[in-house]
Design a protein around this ligand. Structure first.
Ligand code: IPD
Length: 264
């Protein structure tokens, strides 16, 4: 079976399981991981287990990099999985989370799928083949919305690993240039929304591969500019920059001025 086709239905099946848990979010059992904002629920564990079992049954020689499982190396293929991106939203009943699955083969991201169960939207892209959205029976190709800086809506995330504080200088400069600022709390979904023309850019100094790989290839295939995320993120995590072409250089130069550790 073709892995890309399989991944699309797998993300939707996993999304249905996640959404079952989401309907009873207040009774989920939770554990804190590295700090009070870094949570894992029984839903994250059950959905990742489901995804890995399904993949292993069909592709037993493929490896994994999963948010809850960590790295399992086998051959040169890896499935990079975030069973629930936006866990902090999920466990509070905030309808902004997604399932994110990317496939890395021979050192490059080959395809990515991101499923938003609340909106019933599947975003998907394979390198060189464009990016698409499916909702119900309707499928269409998606493209970024190139715009001026003062029309842009930019997501700047901040994970709590590494430097804990938001970069207020960066936020201030972006805001002064007239862009809208957002941080919805599910990086993979924010990236998919850039691909769909709903957001203009996303920047995070440190993000994990499972939060970024699927969304980033969807964005590239929809016409966005991205940093070399395979280089910066694989396998431990790092900087991610994805942006519509019209403001990419301007946004990068603001980041360079305000983030001393940026490699952009
Ligand atoms: C987090 C979200 C958030 C991003 C963080 C991630 P999680 O993932 O994607 O938007 O800013 O860097 O850790 O913990 O909800 O899977």
């Amino acid at each position: 079976m073709d892995r890309f086709i399989f991944a699309q239905s797998l993300a939707k099946e996993a999304g249905a399981i996640a959404h079952g848990f989401f309907k009873n979010y207040s009774s989920l059992s939770l554990q804190e991981k590295e700090h009070p904002q870094d949570l894992v629920s029984e839903a994250d564990l059950a959905v990742e287990k489901f995804i890995i079992e399904k993949i292993s049954a069909l592709f037993p020689d493929d490896g994994f990099l999963g948010e809850e499982t960590g790295l399992v190396e086998k051959n040169n293929n890896y499935w990079v999985i975030d069973p629930i991106d936006g866990t902090a939203n999920f466990v509070r009943g905030f309808r902004y989370y997604c399932i994110s699955i990317a496939f890395v083969s021979n050192g490059a991201v080959d395809f990515g799928v991101v499923f938003d169960p609340c909106a019933d939207e599947l975003f998907y892209a394979r390198r060189g083949n464009g990016a698409f959205i499916q909702s119900g029976d309707t499928k269409k190709s998606i493209h970024v919305d190139d715009c001026h800086f003062n029309r842009a809506i930019i997501e700047i995330g901040r994970c709590r690993e590494g430097d804990d504080r938001p970069n207020f200088e960066l936020l201030k400069k972006v805001f002064e240039k007239g862009a809208g600022l957002r941080h919805f709390g599910a990086g993979a979904l924010a990236l998919a929304h850039i691909g769909a023309g709903r957001l203009s850019a996303c920047y995070e100094t440190f993000i994990k591969p499972w939060d970024a790989f699927a969304g980033s290839i969807i964005c590239e295939e929809a016409g966005a500019v991205a940093n070399d995320y395979m280089e910066s993120l694989w396998k431990d995590g790092g900087e991610v920059f994805v942006c519509v072409p019209s403001i990419a250089e301007e946004f990068k130069s603001i980041i360079r001025e305000t983030e001393s550790n940026s490699t952009l």
